[in-house]
Design a protein. Structure first.
Length: 376
């Protein structure tokens, strides 16, 4: 469905829309990678844990990747008794560990101290360690798992004797929104000595952070995964999140007001950066499908909250949108709805999924949801 179709068919605003056809298109490229290399694909549900998406993917992937007890329970509710659920997090709690182990097939401990304290509390999982290969590829330290004083993973250089007894797997993740496979190939070369020193190793989770659909040639990765499987007898896992849903999400908004402010036209929308907090957190300018790059008119698109910095950015149009006009932001499928909040008491967007020309309401919030959140 096009932006014009969203505007015409979606009855409410603001609305978050998931394009199921786009999700399936994204997953097919990953399935081709799986078939060529023999790897396994996990969907990282932290990007968007919407049940409609998980139901769509559960028979398309080999399992889910999670970061908490609640994510793990949701994943198991959706996937049932079959399929892998891999967990790694710095925040494992001793009072929750047995519950986590009950629903997760694989747990990668974030530190040696975490492993030492918790690993013996249950035996119903395959034990792994998250390592920090000490290779940074992110320009922004806020996204860099290998930043100085990182909280994420065990310095791989500390494992000079290989993995401790009882550890069957290794998890790593050291990029964000990467469109080049070179960092992954370099990282695998870097950790090869650890693999060679760990004869008990059964699986290797290469994490997420790569936008596979934007990488034209997967040959080097296919060959590398196939070689690792032959040489070490490993199961190799990839756990994409944004690569699956990032370009499949849209935010439909409506212009509530228009006025001039110090020589600039401001349009106030019925949405807010609180519906996509990474706009404010990382000063991102989301893609607006309605923008005309060389348009004669420049406007500031502002959110409806009282936060002064609640701004989507400055955009160009050929003609100024009117109050009541609808606008559509694209590529907001990942890390938007999952982080959205009701700051100022503004409601969360209605949530729709679209398949072909068919539209389905997945979720609608109301005052009672807000009240339950804050009442004693």
């Amino acid at each position: 469905m096009s932006a014009a179709g969203f505007k015409a068919q979606i009855p409410s605003s603001p609305a978050f829309v998931v394009d199921e056809d786009r999700v399936l298109h994204n997953i097919r490229s990953l399935q081709a990678l799986r078939q060529a290399s023999g790897c396994r694909i996990l969907y990282s549900i932290k990007a968007l844990p919407l049940a409609a998406v998980l139901d769509l993917l559960k028979n398309q992937v080999d399992g889910f990747s999670v970061s908490s007890l609640f994510e793990a329970r949701l994943a198991r509710d959706i996937i049932g008794g079959e399929g892998s659920i891999h967990l790694t997090t710095p925040g494992l709690r001793p009072d929750e560990f047995r519950l986590v182990a009950d629903v997760c097939s694989h747990i990668s401990f974030n530190s040696l101290s975490q492993w030492q304290r918790l690993q013996a509390l249950s035996s119903d999982y395959s034990c792994g360690l998250r390592i920090n290969p000490k290779l940074s590829f992110a320009d922004d330290a806020r996204f860099d798992p290998c930043r100085r004083h990182s909280k994420l993973g065990i310095d791989s250089q500390l494992l000079v004797d290989g993995l401790p007894a009882g550890v069957e797997g290794v998890h790593l993740h050291n990029v964000f929104a990467q469109r080049d496979l070179a960092p992954l190939l370099q990282t695998l070369q870097n950790i090869r000595p650890l693999l060679e020193r760990s004869p008990q190793l059964r699986w290797l989770n290469l994490g997420g952070g790569y936008l596979y659909a934007d990488i034209a040639d997967h040959t080097a990765l296919v060959d590398t995964i196939a070689q690792l499987r032959r040489e070490f007898g490993l199961e190799i896992y990839l756990e994409p999140g944004k690569a699956v849903v990032g370009n499949a999400g849209y935010l439909l908004t409506t212009v509530l007001d228009r006025f001039d402010s110090d020589g600039k036209t401001v349009l106030v929308l019925d949405s807010s950066v609180n519906h996509h907090p990474e706009i404010f957190e990382y000063q991102r300018r989301p893609l607006l499908l309605d923008e005309v790059a060389d348009g004669a008119k420049s406007v500031i698109l502002a959110g409806c909250s009282c936060l002064a910095g609640d701004l989507f950015g400055e955009y160009r149009f050929e003609c100024l949108p009117e109050v009541g006009d609808r606008l559509v932001f694209a590529d907001v499928g990942a890390y938007s709805l999952i982080k959205a909040n009701r700051f100022n008491g503004y409601n969360l967007p209605d949530v729709y999924s679209v398949c072909g020309d068919g539209l389905r309401l997945c979720k609608r919030y109301d005052y009672e949801d807000y009240r339950r959140q804050w009442q004693a």
